[in-house]
Design a protein around this ligand. Sequence first.
Ligand code: FES
Ligand code: FES
Length: 214
Amino acid sequence: MAPPPASTHSSVTLDINGDKHTLTVDHRTTLLDALRERLDLTGTKKGCDQGQCGACTVLLDGRRVVACLQLAVAAEGRAITTVEGLAEGDQLHPVQQAFLDLDGYQCGYCTPGQICSAVAVIEEHAAGWPSAVTDDVRPEAVPPPLTDDEIRERMSGNLCRCAAYVSIVQAVSRAAAVRTETREHSASRERSATTEHAATTERPAATAAKRAVA
Ligand code: FES
Ligand code: FES
């Protein structure tokens, strides 16, 4: 069979989980098919293949997208994060750990998409983005707490045929709390380090001033 005309294919370099992958793809290839069929990154699942179920959710520059509706050629130059890229070595991402601890899955087919979506949900909420159930959406309003209703609404694009929803909501809530604790802990450590640094740099100056007076 004659090879396809060159104009229907392009070489793209995809930045996936920090690694660059160069491949030639038909322009109609979705990011989902490029990940699964060409790069063997099968953590991202294909459910409906038409943007309805969320099983194929990945992060593009930190924002969630359904990879079945994203062309691979349009993802060039973006930072793509799949479920395979969330852990740091043996250390699971807090969302993965919470799903594991709280049984946020049954068959697990929707889980990679749920987890990627939850990672983005927690950041969207922390950045003050309102959802459809947020009461006060004025820019000056205090961001709402991440209640179960907020989580349900924000995760509503991710379907679970096993209906593990109760545990999924608990897992997202737990991971959000862990994120807040971690940030507060880091901020407090930074404050202590700054205070310590100020104290150690002030002491010699004060001593020198005392000597000058004497
Ligand atoms: S497979 Fe992409 S949304 Fe269902
Ligand atoms: S855990 Fe089976 S589809 Fe969600």
